[in-house]
Design a protein around this ligand. Sequence first.
Ligand code: GDP
Length: 195
Amino acid sequence: FVLHESAFMQSAVGPGGYPEPGPPEFAFAGRSNVGKSSLINCLLRRKNLVKVSQRPGRTQQINFFALNNDALRFVDLPGYGFAKVPLAIKAGWKKMIESYLESRPTLKAVVVIVDIRREPSPDDLMLLGWLLSLGLPAVVAVTKADKLSRNQAAQRLAKLRPQLAPYDAAPVVCSAVTGQGRQELWERLLARLAD
Ligand code: GDP
């Protein structure tokens, strides 16, 4: 697979708005502000295909992107865990993500993005638990690695690895700023196409 173009397809708030299942899909999830948009843009080598720093808390949707004339799709799931959002909206996000995960036959893997400087949140662990129980492969991207020195990053990873091990034995350390982990993340994803 050689990426040569990517384009926004459509947004959906529920299964009725999804494009027809077609090519394999990779979904991306994480708490708001974790760096999800930046990481997707980095993977696609696009500056602003996915809008960075959307204000958390506004109405969110699932965004579908077509790669190489829809040979492959990226699916940007709504960011979760923003503290100031009313409970009803949080429940809506949960439902939105859950419905997608449970109903998409073409979903090959979910990239769960966590910040290297923070502990995985209860929402992160809940999502990873769902993926495990649904039998959906999780690829954990530990991002913003550029925010730490190499030493600090290694120490954080040593702490995170055992917590993430039940879900992903080899989390990928990334940075959307330096491009660290980009290649490795692509390799992890493309490996899922083989099964
Ligand atoms: P999202 O809400 O998860 O989509 O997060 P964004 O991609 O909008 O990023 C949130 C903030 O973190 C923005 O200010 C980004 O510039 C910054 N950011 C995202 N990824 C990285 C990264 O890898 N390194 C650094 N230093 N900053 C990042």
